[in-house]
Design a binder for this molecule. Structure first.
Ligand code: BES
Ligand code: ZN
Length: 879
């Protein structure tokens, strides 16, 4: 083995079954951080208490640190009295020592920190990211979530460069030192794990507001941004106030400090972070104005602000015992932010979006080599487990509990959870127990969801006995990933029956007698539900609202699907029937190998019905009239053929464009000029208008290139501008080139707006795409070191451009693996997140499989391979 490459043993696996309580606890931390231009000095005083009578050693986590000194109970230790390696500082603790303090001084270099974990600089400002294990890059500490301490933080630095100095909790002192430096002290009275620590220092602008809690406390709300961005904080502030109010009304949860701060930074690995009282956000999820942000960006801000705010109760006051419990806070908080967004906006459209995300990101993960249960049993690098499964499927699991318990009992369970565990670091088991005890509903079998990987598949069989008027619905569950000892899950089935005209048939008996919809418990591998007293054969609308994260295997022909698409009273199922119908048709066209075959009339008629229905929310209509995405179709093919999918889908869009050309034009004009119908937001109209625009462009008629051009040139909002560019991105035409050039010129000073410019080009499907992407990597505005910019080009290309990422020469794969190699050294967390697209290699033809696995092999041979990238590439190749 070469001395440069680590042996596999170096990438150690950590197991949930090995969990042990900490030997020592930390009661209080007094941190002093002296910010400098060359380096930063961190002094900490830890007040420790023994938690295990037998422990002889204390082993503190610490990485990328230079230890300056360590003292125990006031006595500086000699080098022989402790051990330091790249990961720990280990001290002997005499048996009778139960309470003691340590003073530890370390030197760090935030200016050289490109990993963006721990303390680092972004646009000249200091900021921190400590989840999951970043605090150990600031000082030696028991960096685990079950060690909760009261933090007091003093920040010292140049007051002209860093007039704003922030940390968690309340400001308790502010001074000028004799050497002219500024010093501020923050105290957070709530004990917390180190991952919730935050520090920010810089020359930032502030936008201030306030919120009166329901008990009458006046909370200061402050958003800090780079100067010049003050006018882009309004939506974030409004979203914050709505979130605070909603959590009081829906869950009875009030905010618990006198100040709540949000800081927007432009270099951030993730979306945002819930540090106690001091959330740090990727600027993408704070800054917005109609001119610079799309409607989707506005929605994203509302939900991310809500998510991080909701963590104050589900994550901070009650945190995770260990990182295997991550879904305890993330799944639950995603569920809460989804509920919030559904209350603030159209609930059906919100649900459709949630399920689209789950199916696009989580289903492939659950079917591939990186599949894991929402509570993983082992990991090499915890950062690799902030996954769609832990988050999105985790949220579905909470939603199923909500469905099984009903609103009222769910609230009772949540109340008990908050009451029982406030201030604790707990497990998912403790969560489920609290919900069970609070509601009185048995969740024994339901617990299997936490430990079962893979998406359950439900096979449906139906029988109707004309003579007795009895309908039998048989459901069978299976799970390809769960292995031989597969145990059936407890699955909530929300369903209703329709008659042949689409009218609801109320249940004639049982718990839902007289109702049109009910929730049934599917608990066995195979189970039959019987519905008697029916005058005619019913049609069953199953898993309404997507009541469980499953795949449904049900014999339905185009006419059946068109029926539900037109008639189901459940809007989610209406949309879903349309998607299934479109999927079936596109897959059939692909099979025929005749890309230009006319679309079936049943499909066109179903489309026409939706187009004509004026009562629907325009955003719903837009979703219903949008064909399933290429990746969605790909999931239904035994061997993915990216080129055929693209061709057939584009041809379908062309036919739909031509067939309804008049209607699209009418809709386009109506949505542009007529005001949005009452109780529909403007954004719904824009969504439908831009759907019409894309179908008009799909006709291939030159006129509509002109329409997009006009829309771009007269637009006063980013939604319409981006829609125009997006509509033209795949063609080669002087208008396209002119608009992309104009956009760059106009917005080059606004990084978030330029990210969209990179993204649109990365997703273009045209002959020059590979060359364009390479040229964009050399563009002066491109850098791998800003995560947003990197994602907007490389992430969008690898995950959003199947045709060219999977281009036959393998050039797309090589572009990606080159970037992974570069980022492995500077930002392994971000590098590892890029591996997943290559991990899908088993889904492609032999030629592509060979090219993809070759890149994974290359990645595994990289010198100094990080744990992060190692784990993802190794599992992708060998699992
Ligand atoms: N706690 C996370 C942030 C985080 C993620 C820290 C990974 C460390 C590693 C935060 O609450 C979060 O979940 N953020 C999401 C957005 C959210 C709306 C789902 C994110 O950053 O993507
Ligand atoms: Zn979160």
């Amino acid at each position: 083995m070469s001395p440069l490459s680590k042996s596999p043993a170096a990438h150690a696996t950590i197991y949930l079954k090995d969990y042990k309580e900490p030997d020592f606890l930390i009661k209080t931390v007094d941190l002093t951080v002296e910010l400098g231009e060359a380096d930063t000095i961190v002094t900490s005083r830890l007040d420790l208490a023994r938690n295990n009578a037998a422990a002889k050693k204390l082993s503190l986590n610490g990485e990328h640190l230079e230890l300056v000194s360590v003292a125990m109970d006031g006595r500086t230790l000699e080098a022989a009295e402790y051990k330091v390696d790249g990961k720990h500082l280990t001290l002997n603790i005499p048996a009778k020592t139960n309470r003691f303090h340590l003073d530890i001084k370390t030197r760090i270099k935030p200016q050289e920190n490109t990993a963006l974990e721990g303390l680092y600089k972004s646009s000249g400002n200091f900021c921190t990211q400590c989840e999951a294990q970043g605090f150990r890059r600031i000082t030696y500490y028991l960096d685990r979530p079950d060690v909760m301490a009261v933090f007091t933080t003093t920040i010292i630095g140049d007051g002209t460069r860093y007039p704003v100095m922030l940390s968690n909790g309340n400001l308790t002192a502010e001074n000028t030192l004799s050497d002219g430096r500024k010093s501020v002290t923050w105290h957070d009275p709530h004990p917390k794990p180190a991952y919730l620590f935050a520090l920010v220092a810089g020359d930032l602008a502030m936008v201030e507001d306030s919120f009166i809690t329901r008990s009458g406390r006046d909370i200061k709300l402050r958003i800090f941004v780079e100067k010049g961005n003050e006018d882009k904080c309004g939506h974030a502030m409004t979203s914050l106030k709505k979130s605070m109010k909603w959590d009081e009304e829906k869950y009875g949860r009030e905010y618990d400090l006198d100040i709540f701060m949000i800081v927007a930074v432009s270099d951030f690995n993730m979306g945002a972070m819930e540090n106690k009282g001091l959330n740090v956000f990727n600027s993408k999820y704070v800054l917005a104005s109609p001119e610079t942000a799309t409607d989707a960006d506005f929605d994203g801000i509302e939900s991310v602000i809500a998510h991080e705010y909701f963590h104050n109760w589900t994550g901070n006051r009650i945190t995770c015992r260990d990182w295997f419990q991550l879904t305890l806070k993330e799944g639950l908080t995603v569920f809460r932010d989804q509920q919030f967004s559904a209350d603030m906006n159209s609930a059906a459209v919100q649900r459709i979006g949630d399920v689209q995300r789950l199916r696009a990101a989580q289903f492939p993960e659950d079917a591939g080599p990186l599949a894991h249960p929402i509570q993983p049993q082992s990991y090499v690098e915890i950062n690799n487990f902030y996954t769609a499964t832990v988050y999105e499927k985790g949220a579905e699991v909470i939603r199923m509990i909500h469905t099984l318990l009903g609103e009222e009992k769910f609230r009772k369970g949540m109340d008990l959870y908050f009451e029982r565990h406030d201030g604790q670091a707990v497990t998912t088991e403790e969560f489920v127990s609290a919900l069970e005890d609070g509601s009185g509903v048995d969740l024994t079998q339901f617990r299997r969801w936490y430990v079962t990987p893979g998406t359950p598949e439900i096979t449906v069989n139906e029988k109707f006995d004309e003579k007795t008027g009895t309908y039998k619905l048989t459901l069978q569950q299976s799970n390809a990933k769960a292995g031989a000892d597969f145990k059936p899950l407890h699955i909530p089935l929300r369903m209703g029956l329709l008659d042949e005209n689409g009218k609801a048939m109320a249940f004639t008996e049982g718990p839902f007698k007289g109702k049109n919809s009910g929730v049934f418990d599917l608990t066995k591998k195979r189970e039959t539900f019987t519905f008697a007293g029916l005058k005619s054969p019913p049609r069953a609308s199953l898993f309404r609202g997507f009541s469980a994260p499953v795949k449904i295997n049900q014999q339905m022909d185009d006419r059946d699907l068109a029926f539900f698409f037109a008639k189901d009273e459940d809007l989610f199922n209406r949309w879903d029937a349309g998607q299934r119908l479109a999927n079936n048709i596109i897959l059939k066209q692909i099979e025929k190998q005749d890309e230009t075959a006319a679309l079936p009339e049943a499909f066109m008629e179903a489309f026409a019905d939706i187009l004509a229905d004026k009562d629907l929310d325009r955003a719903f209509t837009a979703a219903a009239l949008t064909l399933p995405g290429e990746q969605d179709i790909a999931q239904k093919m035994p061997v993915v053929d990216v080129d055929a999918i693209h061709k057939v889908r584009e041809e379908a869009r062309r036919q739909i464009g031509l067939r309804f050309e008049e209607e699209w034009r009418r809709l386009y004009d109506e949505c542009s000029s007529a005001p949005a119908p009452a109780n529909q937001p403007e954004s719904s109209s824009r969504k439908l208008k831009n759907t019409a625009l894309t179908y008009l462009i799909a006709t291939g008629k030159e006129d509509y290139v002109g329409l997009a051009d006009r829309q771009y040139r007269t637009s006063d909002n980013m939604t319409d501008s981006v829609a125009a560019l997006s509509g033209l991105k795949d063609i080669t035409h002087p208008v396209r080139e002119a608009l992309f050039a104009d956009y760059y010129d106009k917005w080059q000073k606004d990084a978030l707006v330029i990210d969209k410019w990179f993204m649109l080009q990365a997703m273009a499907v045209r002959a020059s795409t590979i060359a364009d992407v390479k040229a964009l990597m050399d563009h002066p505005a491109f850098t791998l070191h800003n995560p947003n910019r990197m994602r907007s080009l490389i992430g969008a290309f690898a995950s959003g451009n199947p045709v060219y990422f999977h281009e036959r020469s393998g050039e797309g794969y090589r572009i990606l693996s080159g970037v992974i190699a570069a980022l492995n050294k500077t930002n392994p967390q971000i590098a590892a997140r890029l591996v997943a697209p290559l991990g899908q290699w088993r889904r492609y033809d032999a030629g592509r499989q060979g090219l993809m696995t070759a890149e994974l092999e290359k990645i595994l041979k990289l010198p100094d391979l990080s744990d992060h990238v190692y784990e993802m590439a190794n599992k992708s190749l060998h699992n």
